[in-house]
Write a protein that binds this ligand. Structure first.
Ligand code: NDP
Length: 522
């Protein structure tokens, strides 16, 4: 049995991972994690208190100064590659846990765990390339350079829809930058992140670099966001919670990256490859049972192909195989949590009550497990709740449009701006549309493609900052500017000094009158 996991009767038992050890929580409290397919508890998980969180933050703070610091970038990168190896070697194990905890179909879970390794390797390659600059100055008196240092302890707050991959978005750049981390997984899906900690441990990361504090209380996430010794919060979840996180962090001027909700449009023009577009819409809203922040849950279809498109989409929805997420042939697994299932049910029922046409699905599946049938809805208006609110389920609303301008107006008529899909064979139109769509990602003739090299994040209420891509590492670094007076002269202490405004003339003046120095009038 792996470290940190023991059998407790028929349940697996997961403990906290703090300061390099697997340990029960201080008050010995536990909660159960429910498998959304069997609707039965399958694991008992440490229920941390805010005091446990404090211990983890202190460990992460100490780790910033210890062996982790002396390893340097190359050493950090080496450990990250070792962790990526372990993730790849244990891909099936981690994917199985993700499936038990969250209901993700096995082939998607395996693909996501493989991406975790890819993310670690991408950022491992950056760990030894963090450089400051010597700032070129016209005057000789100062030698000026910048250093880039880790921001400190990072608090990662994770949702339940893709715990390991969303952890990798945060952990890989943070480790590369030399930060340490305290992770608070969702109370619904804590196990895969605690299992991942076994491999962090095995890879040989110094104690305190990576800590996982699981808990059932909402207080825990709030306490992490507000923690004065946590320098940056990296959060993925709902917009509403993201706002609370941002407010809590701002009380101590904590930095935040927020990856929040969306109501992403997929725009299908008559000149698109219809089959490819339907396939892309399936990928955007039925994959992962629609539980994706970037779900393409509003489909705008050019009027002339609307009916043909809807028919094809309904056919694909009916063909989708719901069932055991561990079966490699299953397309759609259960919804991760019962409250989420009820939320989807309520949103769809409300749309039917207000006159929407439910062409297929529209209800909780009679099979056991938290299944919602893939649902295609038409006859809805822009202001309808189902068109405006994040459903986070396999539910898509389809609306026709007449002209390109109408499609843009409808696409942008949302408080969100996370992603968009565009289906057209007209290159000029594609460029025009990309220019006008207000979203952090636009997929053209594709959807739900991800890479550690490509920035991801939202405009408007879909978030703050970008995860992934070369620049993501900057979120985890602070710039320190260093000025060194190499002249040995004295300066007038009552005048601000600048190195750039005056020429060598001032150097001469300085030599003849060392007390004047090199000055800038305010
Ligand atoms: P939340 O945004 O509430 O939860 C996300 C994470 O934040 C969880 O770890 C949660 O902990 C934690 N958390 C909750 N309250 C606070 C707080 N005040 N301060 C700091 N952290 C906090 O999502 P839910 O799980 O409640 O889902 C609600 C809706 O959010 C879904 O129906 C869906 O529409 C949307 N959602 C969007 C996601 C996205 O990727 N954009 C991901 C998940 C959900 P705990 O689980 O212990 O409460």
């Amino acid at each position: 049995m792996a470290r940190g996991v023991v059998e407790a009767g028929s349940l697996k038992r997961y403990d906290l991972y703090v300061d390099g050890t697997f340990q029960p929580p201080s008050q010995n409290a536990r909660f159960e994690s429910v498998n959304p397919y069997t609707e039965e508890p399958w694991a008992t998980v440490a229920d941390a208190s805010v005091e446990d969180l404090d211990v983890a933050v202190d460990a992460a703070l100490r780790a910033l100064e210890g062996d982790w610091l002396t390893l340097g970038g190359a050493g950090r990168g080496k450990l990250m590659h070792r962790l990526a190896d372990l993730v790849e070697q244990n891909l099936a194990h981690l994917a199985a846990i993700e499936t038990s905890d969250n209901g993700k179909v096995r082939r998607d879970a395996e693909a996501q765990v493989a991406l975790v390794a890819k993310w670690l390797r991408y950022f491992a390659g950056l760990a030894d390339k963090i450089e400051g600059r010597v700032v070129s100055e016209p005057q000789a008196e100062y030698f000026v350079y910048t250093r880039r240092e880790p921001v400190g302890v990072v608090g990662a707050i994770l949702p339940w829809n893709a715990p390991l991959l969303l952890l990798a978005f945060k952990l890989a750049p943070a480790l590369a930058a030399g930060c340490t981390m305290v992770v608070k997984p969702s109370e619904f899906t804590p196990a895969s992140v605690l299992a991942f900690a076994q491999y962090v441990h095995k890879a040989g990361f110094p104690a305190g670099v990576f800590n996982v504090v699981s808990g059932s209380s909402r207080e825990l996430g709030a306490a992490l966001a507000a923690h004065p010794r946590v320098s940056r919060i990296a959060f993925t979840g709902s917009t509403q919670t993201g706002i609370s996180v941002s407010k809590a962090a701002s009380d101590h001027v904590g930095r935040v990256t927020l990856e929040l909700g969306g109501k992403s449009p997929q725009i299908v023009f008559a000149d698109a490859d219809l089959e490819a577009a339907v396939n892309g819409v399936v990928a955007g809203v039925f994959a992962a049972s629609g539980q994706m922040c970037h779900a393409g849950s509003r489909v705008l279809v050019e009027q002339s192909i609307h009916d043909a498109f809807v028919d094809a989409l309904v056919r694909r929805a009916r063909e989708a195989r719901l069932g055991d997420p561990t079966d490699p042939l299953t397309d759609i697994g259960p919804i991760s949590t019962e409250p989420q299932l009820r939320k989807i049910e309520e949103l769809v029922s409300a749309s039917a009550r207000s006159g929407a046409k439910i062409l297929c699905g529209g209800k909780v599946s009679p099979r056991s497990g938290y299944f919602f049938e893939p649902t295609v809805i038409t006859n809805v208006q822009q202001h309808a709740q189902i068109v405006r609110e994040e459903v986070f389920g396999p539910v898509v609303a389809v609306m026709p449009f007449d002209r390109e301008d109408d499609a843009i107006e409808m696409a942008n008529d949302t408080p969100y701006g996370l992603a968009a899909g565009l289906w057209t064979s007209n290159l000029n139109r594609a460029h025009r549309m990309v220019d006008r769509i207000k979203a952090g990602t636009v997929w053209v003739n594709c959807y739900r493609v991800a890479s550690p090299a490509v920035p991801f994040g939202g405009m408007k209420t879909s978030g703050v900052g970008r995860e992934n891509g070369l620049d993501a590492i900057n979120d985890y670094l602070e710039t320190k500017s260093v000025w060194m007076d190499v002249s040995g002269g004295k300066r007038d202490p009552y005048r601000i000094s600048s190195s750039s405004s005056e020429s060598s003339e001032s150097t001469t003046t300085r030599e003849s009158n060392p007390s004047r120095g090199d000055h800038l009038d305010e």
